[in-house]
Design a protein around this ligand. Structure first.
Ligand code: NAD
Length: 261
C-alpha cells in the first residue's frame, strides 16, 4: 500500500479528550479542535462540565461533530458514564486522549514534606485517572478491532524533579505497559511529552519574567515555549492510521527541552 496524506485523517472515528474544558486556552481544547478538524467526532470531557460544553459548542460552530460530558476521571463510574455518552452519541470509542491532570495547583509540593493525602490525590488524577479511563474504553476498542490511546506526559518527567514529574514519569510506565499488553489487540498506546506550553495554565505556571524561563532560554536547543496548537500534529500522527505501527513511544514536542545540558 502506498502512502496517502489521507492516512492522517480521522473520518468516522470517535475520540474522547479528557481535561478539554477547564481553562479557556488549554491543550485539551487544542487537541479536541484538532481531532475534530481531522474528521473525528469528539467527546469533550472535563470535571468542569460547563467548560467542556463551551469547547464542544466551538467545535460544532466550526462545522465539527462533538458532544460534551462532565467527568471525574478518578471515579470508575464517572468514566463509564463518559464512555456511555460517547457510545450513545457516536456508536463507540476509537481514540482516548488522557490529557486531564493536576498541574499548576500541585507543582509547588516538596516530596520531603507533602502529605500522603496530597500525594495520593495527585497520583489518583495524573496516573490512576488515566488507567481508569483506559479501562473504560478498552473493552469497546477490542470489540471494534483496535484503537489508539495517547497519554499526556510532560518534559517535567525527564528527569522527574517534582512530585508532578513523578506522576508523569509513572504515566510513562503505564504507557509502555499498556502498549506491551494491548499490542496484540491492535490498540496502540503512546504518549506526548510537551515542553513549556502557553496554555492559560502554562502561562500561570511560568510567566514571561520567570527566572526558570530565562534559565531555559539559555539552554534549550531550539525554542523554550510552544503553543497548544503546536502539539496537535504529533497527536494526529499517534491517533491516525499514519501511526498504526507506532506503540509504546513518547514524542517530545518541546523545541529541544529534552536535549538541555
Ligand atoms: N502547559 C504546559 O506547559 C504543559 C507542559 C507539559 C504537560 N502539560 C500537560 O498537558 C495537559 C493539559 O495541560 P494544560 O496546560 O491545558 O492545563 P489545564 O489545567 O488547563 O488542563 C488540565 C485539565 O484537567 C482537568 N481535570 C483536572 N482534574 C480532573 C479530573 N479529576 N477529572 C477530569 N478532568 C480533570 C482540569 O479541569 C483541566 O481542564 C496536562 O496533562 C498537563 O500536565 C502541560
Amino acid at each position: 500500500m502506498s502512502f496517502s496524506i489521507d492516512q492522517f485523517r480521522l473520518p468516522g472515528k470517535v475520540a474522547i479528550v479528557t481535561g478539554a474544558g477547564g481553562r479557556g486556552n488549554s491543550i485539551g481544547r487544542a487537541y479536541a479542535m484538532g481531532l475534530a478538524r481531522a474528521g473525528a467526532a469528539v467527546v469533550v470531557a472535563d470535571i468542569h462540565a460547563q467548560g467542556a460544553k463551551t469547547v464542544c459548542d466551538e467545535i460544532i460552530a466550526a462545522g465539527g461533530k462533538a458532544i460534551s460530558v462532565g467527568v471525574d476521571i478518578t471515579k470508575p463510574d464517572s468514566a463509564a458514564h463518559m464512555v456511555g455518552v460517547a457510545t450513545d452519541a457516536f456508536g463507540g470509542v476509537d481514540i482516548l486522549v488522557n490529557n486531564a491532570a493536576l498541574m499548576v495547583e500541585v507543582v509547588a509540593h516538596q516530596a520531603a514534606s507533602i502529605s500522603i493525602e496530597d500525594w495520593n490525590r495527585i497520583l489518583s488524577v495524573n496516573l490512576t485517572g488515566a488507567l481508569i479511563c483506559a479501562q473504560a474504553v478498552i473493552p469497546g476498542m477490542r470489540a471494534r478491532g483496535g484503537g489508539k490511546i495517547v497519554n499526556q506526559l510532560s518534559g517535567g518527567a525527564f528527569p522527574a524533579m517534582s512530585v508532578y514529574g513523578v506522576s508523569k514519569l509513572a504515566l510513562y510506565g503505564l504507557t509502555t505497559t499498556l502498549a506491551r499488553q494491548l499490542g496484540p489487540e491492535r490498540i496502540n498506546v503512546n504518549a506526548i511529552a510537551p515542553g513549556n506550553t502557553m496554555s492559560d495554565a502554562g502561562r500561570q505556571l511560568t510567566p514571561d519574567d520567570s527566572p526558570f524561563i530565562k534559565f531555559l532560554e539559555a539552554s534549550v536547543a531550539m525554542r523554550v515555549r510552544g503553543e497548544p496548537d503546536e502539539l496537535v500534529g504529533a497527536l494526529l500522527l499517534l491517533c491516525s492510521p499514519a501511526g498504526d505501527w507506532i506503540t509504546g513511544q513518547v514524542i517530545h514536542v518541546d523545541g529541544g527541552w529534552i536535549l538541555r545540558p
